[in-house]
Design a protein around this ligand. Structure first.
Ligand code: FMN
Length: 399
């Protein structure tokens, strides 16, 4: 289906959707997307990359929480996403927290949610995934623990069960230890608990499905440093930075600002960017980062790439801007790369960490040097007059 038609459809519906209860609006969006036909993802060349042993047609994915139950994968790829992350999925089905549990903060282009992992459970979702996964699509599976699994041991066992269920069906597994809406879940980010969890998951990861860890934006530098150390030691394949924040700095939207839950969208962007930047530095760029949190434009996407993210995800921007945001970000990203003289996205990843301007200066110089096959042969006169490769002036500088 023509993306323009999808965009026009959502534009017509948008005023009604934004007046609806956020959860009803989300359900309706899922129902519409479910009806869209299949589409094979197209490689968008300067943006297509091989990472985690997968070929990503473009770097922009839909973040976890949007399609928790793998109900609308065809629709997601119709919108031009390069990959999708389903979940969070728990071993047993569960209802999540009582409603209302999603709140819009339009002044901030933000959302607060305390969903608490409502999902159909791993068996049913796996069945659906196997039946409906579009060919060649990249689907990450985000896994978590049931609310009733109160102690650390039970929680770790839940991750083992879900990893086991999806190891042969997922393109990658995202281990969600950062949702603020399941009691005690974030304690799994503590070094002793995290080491235990990663050891246990590594032990049952026979199929070598890539394992990524989704972290919180609310970690102290010391906590992040410990996670970076463990990520290297336990050979994690990637990090997803970040989940929602429990901080409320700078919020003036009086109605919902004090609701309990995780804040996403614009106010999260700088916290997420700082986490990406620090993690990239702490690991010397050795571990791929999926950057997520407050992206709503190509410029914001590019900022995360330059800070160290190799891939990106969005969720809240879809609520406010509709599906047109996907192509707008991808087209804008290509233009920004070109403007800075990059031929491929991989050249821009972590660019902010390299000596300022050095790469750009070299690239600029390279562009203005004659190409080897175009270099003009010096004339016989020049050859006679300048027997040395350097002029006296250049020799003076070299001395
Ligand atoms: C309504 C809602 C539900 C979410 N559910 C999940 C979830 O189940 N698992 C998860 O890892 N992240 C979940 N997230 C967090 C997003 O995946 C993402 O990390 C966060 O929203 C920041 O990105 P954004 O600012 O582009 O929305 C949810 C976010 C929202 C808004």
């Amino acid at each position: 289906m023509n993306p323009l038609l999808i965009h026009c459809g959502f534009r017509l519906l948008s005023p009604a959707l934004s007046r609806m209860n956020p959860e009803t609006a989300h359900k309706l969006t899922i129902q519409i997307l479910k009806r869209l036909p299949q589409k094979t993802p197209q490689n968008q060349n300067p943006l297509s990359q091989k990472l985690l042993n997968l070929t990503f047609p473009n770097p922009l994915g839909i973040a976890a929480g949007f399609d928790k139950n793998a109900e609308t994968l065809n629709g997601i790829f119709q919108l031009n996403f390069g990959f999708a992350e389903i979940g969070t999925i728990t071993p047993k089905p569960q209802m999540g927290n009582p409603r209302p549990r999603i709140f819009r903060l339009p002044k901030h282009q933000a959302v607060i949610n305390r969903m608490g992992f409502p999902n159909d459970g791993m068996e049913k979702i796996r069945e659906r995934l196997v039946k409906t996964q579009p060919p060649q699509s990249i689907i990450g599976v985000n896994i978590g623990a049931n609310a009733e699994s109160a102690n650390m041991e039970d929680k770790i066992a839940d991750y083992e069960k879900t990893l086991h269920a999806f190891a042969n069906h997922a393109s990658y597994i995202a281990v969600n230890v950062s949702s603020p809406n399941t009691k005690g879940l974030r304690n799994l980010q503590r070094p002793d608990n995290l080491a235990k969890l990663l050891n246990r998951l590594n032990a049952i990861r026979q199929s070598r499905v890539p394992l990524l860890l989704k972290i919180s934006p609310d970690l102290s530098d010391q906590e992040l440093q410990e996670i970076a150390r463990l990520a290297l030691e336990k050979k994690l394949d990637g990090i997803i930075a970040t989940n929602t924040t429990i901080k409320r700095e700078g919020l003036v939207d009086g109605i919902h600002a004090e609701e309990t839950g995780g804040l996403s969208g614009k106010p999260l962007a700088s916290l997420a960017n700082q986490t990406i930047r620090k993690f990239y530095q702490m690991t010397n760029g050795a571990i791929p980062i999926i950057g997520v949190g407050g992206i709503a434009s190509a410029e914001e996407a590019y900022e995360k790439i330059r800070a160290g993210a190799s891939l990106l995800q969005i969720y809240t921007a879809l609520v406010y801007d509709g599906p047109r945001i996907v192509s707008a970000i991808l087209d804008g990203l290509e233009a920004l790369l070109k403007k800075d003289g990059y031929r491929h996205i991989s050249e821009a990843i972590g660019a902010d960490h390299r000596p300022k301007g050095e790469k750009e200066r070299r690239r600029h110089a390279a562009r203005h040097l004659p190409q080897p096959n175009m270099a003009r042969k010096p004339s016989w006169r020049a050859r006679r007059i300048a027997p040395f490769p350097f002029s006296p002036h250049q020799l003076k500088i070299l001395k």
